[in-house]
Design a protein around this ligand. Sequence first.
Ligand code: ARG
Length: 572
Amino acid sequence: METVSEILAARLQTAFDRVAPGADPVLRPSERADFQANGALALARALGRAPRDLAQEICAHLDLAGVAEVELAGAGFLNVTLSAGFLDERLRALAGDARLGVRPADPVRTVVIDYSAPNVAKEMHVGHLRSTVIGDALARVERLVGNRVIARNHVGDWGTPFGMLIEHLIDQGEDAGSAELAVGDLTAFYQDARAAFDADEAFRERSRARVVALQAGDPETRRLWRLLVDQSVAYFSEVYARLGVTLRSEDIRGESSYNDDLAGVVADLDALGLLVDSDGARCVFPPGFANRDGEPLPLIVQKRDGGFGYAATDLAAVRDRVTRLGADTMLYVVGTPQAQHFSMVFAVARLAGWLPDAVRCEHVAFGNVLGADHKMLKTRSGGTVKLIDLLDEAIARADQALVERGATGDEASRRALAEQIARAAIKYADLSTERQRDYVFDLERMVAFEGDTGPYLQYAHTRVRSILRRAGATTVAPPARFALDEPAERALGRALLDWPDALAATRASAQPHRLCGYLFSLAQAFTAFYEACAVLGAPEPVRTQRLALCDLTARTLAQGLDTLGIEAPERM
Ligand code: ARG
């Protein structure tokens, strides 16, 4: 099915093309009508014509028969109001469509999403939470349209710190060390290693020698390294399971997994004549990148000591994803501070011919999570806030809210529900802010059942489900016609038709907050409808029609929440 805005855009484009080929109709949702097309204004300016006359001329070419009525307003806006017959036809199609109007991708694309990417033997912090939650939502969005999604968890499992981490593991004893890591005491482990490194020259010496042994593939060193990696990965997996994200251990491709490709990256860049020696380091200077003093910026591919860094690994990963995985789209869900790193890596990959123009490659950047003091979120002692602690606190609050609301039933099921609500609270708060912006981590607001929150949307869904239960309808019969005589009823019908467009806008911008905004307005449209219109007590055929609207609302909310990685319980 074409979406409503696609149908309108196509018809408007035809009319605009008759007057000025290729002119943009500038179609937008509108408060006054359903949509507004403002393109005549800019076009009139460009052509030096009177805007209203031009708009009139466009209208004369516009064929919206059976779809909408158009009204010429103000300086030359076109107000577009969908016709009753069109709404009826579309809603009937929607009611019978298990995909709720979402068209399957054709052709199917391969979308590689790099997300989560915590570091071995280091605590997962709220930045990793953002990457995990946003990346997982984008993965679900792409899967919903039928694309082939390949998740890549680019875990930090290589580099100089591993010398010191392995020596610390040896000093502590393998059993004690791995026990600490397995329970997620990663911060303490890392900090103790760091402290030993800073305090003790002999430890520093051992650490340096250990890095060399690690890189040379010394079996005992590799075994100890594996231990660190495995314990950390076990802990990450537990966090993912508790957060309800779809990342699996098969998705892990740590930095180390590209080791064998790094020498080839350097050799190939060299053969292409892109490598420049700078203070002994081997660099590429992609055009267009300069530091504050206007000097060209290098992307360091191989360090002076011969070691490869973060950039070399990412270049190898680009090649792997394009060549071996056949990526059509690559999304990197990583914090804003790495923006320059990624634009340079992508620029170098394009220069080298490893990243064809046809491949969409995007850094999906995000801002910080702040504490109540509007500074970076930290524990009281200034340490990294553990993700799992945040989740536990959210669960406790959700549980308390359920008790206050007089929840019945056994404790285990209440607890399970509290976990669903807590996950919704944390994920929705993260996803509903425009990702480039910072947000304040405020559990009380996040867990609230009112306002623009995850629990509110879950609750809205349970209310619709309860109406359907009371109707005794396991499957809702499609009505012969959606008349939508009441304004609130029409508004709900309109909102339901917007779901595929909301999804398309989310995909195009990689902005999950658009999906959140859509679901919130759908829930509000439902509330307004339910206040204004009787459902169960309405006479036929209105009752059947309104039950069908309820059913569509419940299905859309459930589908939408699922796409954000949020569960939609039946009762709350
Ligand atoms: N491990 C890195 C960090 O914690 C993020 C890695 C992001 N992905 C990538 N391909 N560089 O900052």
